[in-house]
Design a protein around this ligand. Structure first.
Ligand code: ZN
Ligand code: ZN
Length: 399
């Protein structure tokens, strides 16, 4: 008889309880790991984004951990992915997570946070000012003088600090707005974009009620601008663009008239629509360098042109038109003055039904395809959404 044989003879199989205990311990280890990690889309080399497991952030005293349910891509994300967005061409961190338009559920709150509780549905605003510089102190936190300086408290979600293309995102408590049940996550994500539009109207020192408005560029911002101008009482709204199907959506959202910007007499048509004198407010939302001259020409003497789009290249325009006609050029770089909260207020009343702008959705794992769809406008893409499952259902495992 060999020793092995002797051992086999005396060996008894582990009891069922031993086996179950072992499985339970493995599951606990996995749980512990899952509660400290998350899936996220992380920037790689210029143009690359990689979905992988990273540490899950832990909220500081004035922070909220948001379980992201929906996030959407915007033109800024394309510049972020190519690194063109960053001064010096480098992302702010080695494992940088983009995403500044997202909504979800509060998962955890910091020790000083009593404004929100786990389970609250929320939408984000991108910008948090340092709240110590002169601009922040007068409320202009989007123009924070410490822009990008995390050590002084400034943060722009998905731009200077990690954002929402992940299972979880860390927000300063001041950047979140609670969502009523009536506003879906789909609609909520578009309210960050709507916040930019609200702020573009904020910077014009005149009532929107009764004003005449021309919007150039029927992208998501331009289309939402048409809707908001209509909802806030503009007397007449004209949308200018080059793609017929987008102009049609603009009509659905309340444009009184649409004009094909490629027509040689496009400017005259727009001016004619406003009694031959042009619009009180012109919103340039296309980001096309060639749109600045028409924007100035479509504007009434003494009116305001607001540049909302980011230009891809330096712009040449005849600014004498502005100088000689008393036209004021204004700019916004996203939302501000609590404009996302005000967009939520409009949506709560059912006045911003924007879900129709969502044309595509992808799971986070297929973010590359989402980017390609958005950039190439595959299938008439307007808003491309990333869907994140509820972690509870994704993490389901046998007991
Ligand atoms: Zn955006
Ligand atoms: Zn500041």
């Amino acid at each position: 008889m060999t020793m092995t044989g002797a051992r086999s003879a005396s060996w008894t199989p582990p009891s069922c309880s031993w086996f179950c205990e072992r499985v339970r311990k493995d599951a606990q280890t996995e749980d512990a790991l899952a509660s400290t990690t998350m899936t996220a889309a992380v920037l790689g080399d210029p143009g690359e984004i990689e979905v992988r497991t990273v540490p899950r952030p832990v909220p500081g005293p004035d922070e909220v951990l948001v379980e992201v349910r929906r996030a959407s891509l915007c033109g800024t994300d394309v510049k972020i992915r190519s690194h063109a967005f960053f001064d010096g061409g480098r992302p702010p961190s080695a494992d940088f997570i983009p995403g500044h338009e997202y909504a979800g559920v509060v998962a955890e709150v910091g020790s000083s946070v009593d404004e929100f509780a786990p389970g609250d549905r929320v939408v984000t605003e991108a910008h948090r000012g340092c709240m110590r510089c002169a601009n922040c102190l007068r409320g202009a936190y989007t123009d924070c003088l410490n822009y990008g300086d995390r050590s002084k408290g400034h943060r722009a979600q998905g731009m200077t600090v990690n954002g929402g293309f992940a299972q979880y995102a860390l927000n300063h408590v001041s950047t979140l707005t609670r969502l009523p049940d009536a506003v879906s996550f789909d609609e909520a994500v578009l309210l960050t974009t709507a916040g930019t539009v609200m702020h573009a109207f904020d910077v014009v020192p005149r009532m929107l009620v009764g004003a005449t408005v021309a919007v150039i560029g029927p992208g998501p911002i331009g289309l939402i601008a048409v809707k908001i101008a209509r909802e806030l009482g503009a007397a007449k709204v004209v949308l200018v663009g080059t793609r017929a199907e987008r102009l049609l959506i603009g009509t659905d959202l309340g444009a009184d008239m649409v004009v094909d910007g490629r027509l040689p007499d496009a400017v005259e048509r727009v001016r004619a629509a406003f009694g031959g004198v042009g619009a009180d407010i012109v919103l340039e939302c296309s980001g096309a360098a060639a749109a600045v001259d028409p924007a100035l020409l479509m504007c009434k003497r003494g009116g305001d042109v607001v540049l909302v789009g980011f230009f891809g290249a330096p712009v040449t325009a005849d600014l004498n038109r502005a100088v000689t006609s008393g036209i004021t050029l204004r700019t916004v770089r996203g939302e501000g003055s609590g404009s996302v909260a005000r967009a939520v207020a409009l949506a709560t009343r059912g006045r911003l039904p924007l879900g129709g702008l969502i044309t595509h959705r992808f799971p986070l794992e297929r973010i590359d395809e989402a980017f390609a769809t958005y950039i190439e406008r595959r299938g008439g893409a307007i808003k491309v959404m990333l869907d994140l499952p509820e972690p509870s259902s994704a993490d389901e495992r046998p007991a």
